[in-house]
Design a protein around this ligand. Structure first.
Ligand SMILES: [Ca+2]
Length: 189
């Protein structure tokens, strides 16, 4: 298994429409509509509710993870300054999902996921891909919905970042002590 040199799953979207075309005014209006308590930042529950209204059912853990990778303030919430990047990320994942759903079934099969990961620069051995696929398909339906695909994207991003931290020369191979392995595992969500 080798990880791509770039930032991982996030780049899967390059095949699809890039970035969001939302105007700053639209983003501001969305942000204010989600920011129910007018704190000037979006917490995990607020964001989860907003995504649910848009038909995206993510677990609170997944939403917290999305916030963590876009929250530059370290507050655990999304300020307006980080909201456009978060919106762009979600839009890109959605476009990737639609692009790789070749048979328009509304879900990504094993083969469609394989194509998406290959496009993102991942060359995974079959066993590794099967293990990853299974992890995000707990119901064993044989296909991933958008929420599962997004969770898989986040997992690959954090796995890539953690792996690369131990492989600064990008050799594709790391040797870990047990403590380092635990550190790596606890940083891969
Ligand atoms: Ca499909």
């Amino acid at each position: 298994m080798s990880a791509p040199a770039n930032n991982g799953g996030g780049s899967a979207s390059s095949a699809a429409v890039s970035a969001s075309s939302a105007s700053p005014e639209q983003l501001r209006a969305w942000f204010d509509a989600i920011d129910r308590n007018r704190h000037g930042a979006l917490g995990a529950v607020e964001l989860q509710n907003a995504l649910q209204l848009g038909g995206l059912n993510f677990s609170l853990a997944t939403v917290a993870h999305i916030i963590r990778i876009h929250d530059r303030s370290g507050r655990g919430a999304i300020a307006f300054g980080d909201f456009s990047r978060l919106h762009e990320f979600l839009t890109n994942v959605q476009h990737s999902f639609e692009y790789f759903d070749r048979d328009r079934s509304g879900s990504l099969s094993y083969d469609e996921i394989f194509a998406a990961l290959q496009h993102a620069g991942y060359t995974l051995e079959r066993q590794a891909l099967q293990a990853v696929f299974k992890r995000f398909d707990p119901s064993r339906s044989g296909a991933l919905g958008l929420a599962e695909f997004l969770a898989l994207t986040l997992f690959l991003r954090s796995a890539t970042a953690t792996f690369n931290a131990f492989d600064p020369q990008r050799t594709g191979v790391v040797r870990l002590s047990f403590s380092q392995f635990l550190y790596a595992a606890s940083h891969t969500v």
